[in-house]
Design a protein around this ligand. Structure first.
Ligand SMILES: Nc1ncnc2c1ncn2[C@@H]1O[C@H](COP(=O)(O)OP(=O)(O)O)[C@@H](O)[C@H]1O
Ligand SMILES: Cc1cn([C@H]2C[C@H](O)[C@@H](COP(=O)(O)OP(=O)(O)O)O2)c(=O)[nH]c1=O
Length: 210
């Protein structure tokens, strides 16, 4: 039987990485085969593209170049890792996917959500996740969480101004309305246990209601 493709979205520090790790353990304990992965990256070529995009020295990078690089990394990751894993019956949990480009490049950087959707249609060829969980949080709270965790590297995008991060949130809220049948919003400002309980409930409902 084919598996599932679920993506997780939200501003930096919303808790995506934390919740995916917990969900992976939870689903494995229930006997499911799980593959967790992330964007941009997940496979060799996409990781190489990721290091170009996130390099703090690349200050001259043009917005469209960035959008095309994300789309290129996404295609390689999808073909090499996501689709084979779903075909083999796994539940694929992906940290960011196409919605990140729609929001960060299309909306927050002002390149146009429909323009970014168009280049991504070419990259993914209709292969959307069947469920996307959006972790909604005030971006200031998300950034404060990251600052508390000194282990995590600070990348080029973390250096953006706070107003950029507020645009990111606004973009996600618009997208959640536009793709209401696919995107489920969860209040990520709650405690880790509460956020996880809500996340697990949404995912199990989707799996059981197949
Ligand atoms: N619900 C939560 N409440 C408080 N802190 C959290 C919560 N979820 C995650 N964190 C912490 O916030 C930081 C950022 O979380 P992370 O999962 O890396 O976010 P993201 O992957 O969305 O950037 C980590 O230090 C993590 O332990
Ligand atoms: C996938 C993707 C990510 N991004 C941005 C969002 C993040 O700031 C950064 C990814 O860095 P990452 O270290 O993965 O951040 P996080 O742990 O918060 O997910 O790239 C885009 O701008 N467009 C995209 O299509």
């Amino acid at each position: 039987m084919k598996g599932y493709f679920f993506s997780f979205e939200g501003p930096d520090g919303a808790g995506k990485t934390t919740m995916i790790a917990k969900l992976e353990t939870f689903l494995r304990e229930k006997g499911f085969a799980v593959v967790s992965t992330r964007e941009p990256g997940g496979v060799r070529i996409a990781e190489a593209i990721r290091s170009i995009i996130l390099n703090p020295d690349h200050t001259e990078m043009d917005g469209r170049t960035e959008a095309l690089l994300y789309a290129a990394a996404r295609r390689q990751h999808l073909l090499e890792k996501i689709i084979p894993a779903v075909e083999a019956g796994n539940i694929v949990l992906c940290d960011r996917f196409v919605d990140s480009s729609l929001v960060y490049q299309g909306f927050a950087r002002g390149l146009g959500v429909d323009e970014i959707l168009q280049i991504n249609q070419f990259a993914i060829d209709g292969y959307f996740p069947s469920l996307t969980i959006y972790f909604d949080i005030d971006p200031k709270m998300g950034l404060e969480r990251i600052q508390k965790n000194k282990q995590r590297e600070i990348n080029r995008l973390d250096m953006e101004s706070l107003s950029f991060h507020y645009k990111v949130r606004e973009g996600y809220l618009k997208l959640a309305k536009r793709f209401a049948e696919r995107i489920v919003t969860i209040d990520a400002s709650k405690s880790p246990d509460e956020v996880f309980a809500m996340t697990a409930a949404v995912v199990m409902k989707r799996i059981e209601g197949r």
